[in-house]
Design a protein around this ligand. Structure first.
Ligand SMILES: Cc1ncc(COP(=O)(O)O)c(C=O)c1O
Length: 387
């Protein structure tokens, strides 16, 4: 935790991350890659520095620092590190912390890219993974192999069923580093580090940047751990663009109002969907019917922009073709409301058996709620649900 004065998250989102502004009210965009050293001793100091942002673009950049400082403040972290994508953040962290022979415990509801990373390149390099149902109390801790498990990765809420993992339980695991993918919650929906978790990561591509025009990732935690990940990041090279960092920071400034509006609209739509005859189930953390509603109330301040629901019949194509406002696309956290069919998009790589085992049928619709008026959205959904 930093010693600085604390404000509410909404205020911190607007004001954090200004140390590099030099009087400018919003963060300047430094596009240069190379910084002059002045003399030989400064050049040596630049090359030796940890996370320098005025040396060479792959090592750091002041516009990126403005963004990571703001994320560190919001996440109650000592430091944060940005990457060219959420997958860049995940891959760099895994390979920075794990070596041949090490073991990872990961939630089986993690993002498909996380699964592909751990089952593919990580496994090939001798890093094994045990996949667990992290929603079952005690399951993650039980899978930890003392002395061998180096990293625990969970995602909460998860994609696309909004399953929740108990942050307190993960924070109490001793031995391995623990990391939470908090992308769906955003830094305003929950704070994993407050529960004793070592690292929180986000695909900043989603709610943080918030306008579907940036690809970025970020990891936050204790300075020493972030410095270690940074060391590997300089050779892994998933460097973020300063321009994207500027846009992501601009997105962060309005995250509170966007997130509040999206969460309010999402819970309203979720309740309407629950009482519609064309829908058999609705998944949203703040619904009373959520299997871990009590946990949602305990660890989340808002439900977030994502919900999912199951159609009574196998008519996803007809449903989507009947929508007139909501678009068909695969991402989340942006201003436009979009829907996708997880079975044919985000989870298409799974076998039918594996997919059904984690509750993803062809009738499941995932919706990222945007900033349109709730009445227009409900009219569109209700119209498309009616055969
Ligand atoms: C939960 C989650 N984590 C990580 C990622 C990867 O992020 P990116 O697409 O920015 O690489 C995604 C992308 O959809 C995601 O949904």
């Amino acid at each position: 935790m930093t010693e600085q004065q604390r404000f509410t998250a909404a205020t911190e989102a607007v004001n954090a991350g200004r140390s590099v502004n030099d009087g400018a009210l919003s963060a300047p965009l430094w596009t240069n890659v190379v910084w002059e050293a002045g003399d030989a001793s400064i050049a040596a100091a630049q090359a030796d520095a940890v996370r320098p942002d005025r040396f060479y673009g792959r090592y750091g950049n002041p516009t990126v620092t403005a963004f990571t400082d703001a994320i560190a403040t919001l996440e109650h972290a000592e430091a944060a590190l940005a990457f060219g994508s959420g997958m860049g953040a995940l891959a760099t962290t895994v390979f920075a912390l794990c070596s041949n022979g090490d073991h990872v415990v990961a939630s089986d509801r993690c993002y498909a890219g996380t699964r592909a990373l751990l089952d593919g390149p990580a496994a090939r390099l001798g890093i094994s993974t045990t996949w667990v149902d992290a929603t079952t109390p005690g399951a993650v801790a039980a899978a930890v192999i003392p002395g061998r498990t180096m990293l625990v990765i969970v995602e909460t809420p998860s994609n696309p069923l909004l399953d929740l993992v108990d942050l307190d339980e993960i924070g109490n695991i001793t031995g391995p580093f623990t990391m939470v993918d908090s992308t769906f919650a955003t830094p305003l929906g929950q704070r994993p580090l407050d529960y004793g978790i070592d690292l929180v990561m986000h695909s900043a591509t989603k709610g943080i940047a918030g306008h579907n025009d940036v690809t970025m990732g970020v990891v936050a935690g204790e300075r020493e751990l972030i410095d270690t990940i940074w060391g590997y990041s300089t050779i892994h090279g998933a460097t973020p663009s300063p321009f994207d960092a500027m846009l992501a920071l601009r997105g962060l400034r309005t995250l509170d109002v966007r997130h509040e509006r999206q969460s309010t609209t999402a819970v309203h739509l979720a309740r309407q969907l629950q009482s519609h005859p064309g829908v058999t189930a609705v998944h949203y953390p703040l619904l009373d019917t959520h299997p871990r509603a009590e946990l949602a109330a305990r660890q989340m301040t808002r439900g977030g922009s994502l919900l999912s629901f199951e159609l009574t019949e196998d008519r996803y194509a007809a449903f989507v073709d009947s929508l007139t406002l909501i678009r068909c696309a695969t991402s989340l956290g942006g201003p436009e409301t979009i829907v996708c069919q997880p079975s044919t998009t985000t989870h298409a790589h799974l076998s039918v058996g594996d997919r059904l085992a984690i509750g993803i049928s062809e009738r499941l619709v995932r919706m990222s709620v945007g900033l349109e008026h709730v009445d227009d959205l409900w009219a569109d959904v209700a119209g498309a649900l009616t055969p």
